[in-house]
Design a protein around this ligand. Structure first.
Ligand SMILES: [Ca+2]
Ligand SMILES: [Ca+2]
Length: 174
């Protein structure tokens, strides 16, 4: 009789353990929808298919001020990729010359695609920054704001270390 009593005590405990197992299993499945919600964010952050190896390597290596790729007035398309890339371009401004720097791209309203600018002097001193959430970043130095004649270095970088994008840089000197 004592053994049976003991048995009836053990069985409910086992059943309780099973129930707890089922509960925790269902609790685990409740976590999955959160993973699904994170999914679209990762998809948005993924670089688009236009980021080919060819355009990612254009004018590289140019990740530091010392490696700035020399350019002249005109327009070209390059890209910030892979993630964490920084592009530097060096150009000369002559006496009494107005300078306009225009960088256009798409998805500037998302961290994944937003690009920003910094202009440095040749010695590496920061002159100006341009950061918006538009699909265009523009710097204008004209008339009383014209820059002294010198070599300048433009840095194009992402909003964060995950930002990648193609861009068109137009440099106007007149
Ligand atoms: Ca690049
Ligand atoms: Ca680069």
């Amino acid at each position: 009789m004592e053994m049976r009593t003991a048995g009836t005590i053990v069985k409910p405990l086992l059943n309780l353990t099973l129930l707890m197992g089922l509960f925790s299993a269902s609790a685990c499945s409740l976590i999955l929808p959160f993973d699904d919600e994170n999914g679209p964010i990762v998809l948005d952050a993924a670089p688009d298919s236009s980021l080919t190896e060819q355009i990612c390597s254009k004018y590289e290596d140019n990740d530091s001020l010392n490696e700035a790729h020399p350019i002249e007035a005109g327009s070209f398309t390059a890209a910030l990729c892979p993630a964490g890339d920084r592009d530097h371009y060096a150009f000369d401004v002559a006496e009494n010359q107005d300078l306009t720097i225009q960088v256009t791209f798409e998805n500037g309203n998302t961290p994944a695609g937003d690009l920003d600018l910094i202009l440095f002097s040749q010695s590496g001193q920061e002159i100006a920054q341009q950061r918006s959430t538009e699909d265009e970043e523009k710097m204008v130095f004209s008339d009383e704001n014209a820059l002294p004649p010198e070599t300048y270095i433009l840095e194009i970088h992402g909003f964060n270390e995950q930002s990648t994008n193609t861009y068109t840089l137009t440099l106007t000197l007149q």
